[in-house]
Design a protein around this ligand. Structure first.
Ligand code: F6P
Length: 352
């Protein structure tokens, strides 16, 4: 995300904009004051190689209330800000779009209560919102890839490679739980990139009622072929066809009891969200940050808030709320046990 902030700051300045950073996410927008800081060229020096977000982020309850958003609107007007580029997941981006849709009413209320002048109300009739997707989960529809996902995938691969050392030496089995919330992208890609024996993901539960036997059959076959190690990757949101969670500990017990494998569980946790960003993420965030500024400059009050995405290696710009709705459709398809639809929505390439 730092690379995105850096690109927005520097490209914005090069286009003649005054660029501010909101520290601490929506909380900073509501708190105002020192949380809204004017940035210059040097403010973002060295940020490309720093993971996470140096301007901070925070879950914010006040922004979910109208009173909080009223305060946020006042803070923006007072600083002279009329456009927001928001980098986050579907929750943050939906919050931004709600803010934009009620902006006119907020401005009227601020003027009527004397918190802003009539001139300010006139000058800030519209708020432009542009979304960038920052998420390790790669769970947003309408974009092939989200900022942070590839770095996270690298961290997972490094960890699995390290675990392979013990697995091979001791001829053990490892069940490795990876993040992703309700999305299986990290698990699936890690499975491909590390040559795992079996992968569990939410969008495509293992076929049949008896996934335990299916997994044991595959594992046994691989062992018969001479493999000394077994690696099973399980997404934290993995489920079976009855929508019951599939837990790493349960998988471990099956491998131990049925196949007699010396098995360990490793939950990778927040190691997956840290460290230096992969080159791909630095480049992705940079070109999308540039496009986000371009989107601000071409926005009109009539056009829906855009989401900057990526499709077939090209930067895209499409309606933000449409992407959010499609993302929610995946969860709906899963809850209706329509796994083919869920997989197709996530990635048509893997639908079959
Ligand atoms: O959405 C990103 C993510 O890392 C998920 O993969 C994970 O489930 C969650 O956030 C962890 O959140 P927290 O850091 O609040 O425990």
């Amino acid at each position: 995300m730092n690379a995105a902030v850096r690109a927005v700051v520097r490209y914005g300045i090069s286009k003649g904009c005054d660029v501010y950073a909101i520290y601490e996410g929506y909380q900073g927008l509501v708190d105002g004051g020192d949380c809204i800081r004017k940035m210059d060229w040097k403010s973002v020096r060295g940020w490309l190689s720093i993971g996470g977000t140096t301007i901070g982020t925070a879950r914010c309850m006040p922004f979910k209330t109208r009173e909080g958003r009223l305060q946020a609107a006042e803070n923006l007007v007072k600083k002279g800000i009329d456009s927001l580029i928001v980098c986050g997941g579907d929750g943050s981006l939906t919050g931004a779009d709600v803010f934009r849709s009620e902006w006119g009413g907020l401005i009227d209320e601020l003027q009527q209560s004397g918190r802003i002048t009539a001139e300010e109300a006139d000058a800030y009739q519209h708020l432009t919102i542009v979304g960038l997707v920052g998420s390790i989960d790669n769970d947003m529809a309408s974009t092939d890839i989200t900022i942070g996902a590839v770095t996270s995938l690298h961290r997972i691969c490094e960890s699995v490679d390290s675990i392979n050392t013990t697995a091979l030496s001791h001829s053990r089995a490892f069940v490795i739980e990876v993040m992703g919330r309700h999305c299986g992208w990290l698990a699936l890609m890690a499975g491909i990139a590390t040559g795992a024996d079996f992968v569990f993901i939410p969008e495509r539960p293992p076929p049949g009622d008896d996934w335990e036997t299916a997994m044991c059959d595959v594992t046994h076959r691989h062992r018969e072929l001479g493999k000394r190690k077994t690696v099973i990757i399980v997404a934290e949101g993995a489920i079976d066809r009855s929508l019951n969670p599939i837990k790493a500990k349960h998988i471990k017990n099956i491998l131990t009891d049925r196949l007699g494998l010396d098995t360990r569980v490793t939950t990778l946790g927040h190691t997956q969200r840290g460290g230096s960003p992969a080159a791909f993420d630095r480049i992705l965030a940079t070109i999308q940050g540039v496009d986000a500024v371009e989107a601000v400059l071409r926005a009109t009050p009539e056009t829906p808030s855009p989401l900057i995405g990526m499709s077939s290696n090209k930067v895209t710009s499409g309606p933000l709320m449409k992407a959010v709705e499609l993302t929610h459709e995946v969860a709906k398809a899963i809850s209706e046990k329509n796994f083919a639809r869920a997989m197709e929505l996530r990635d048509p390439q893997f639908a079959e």
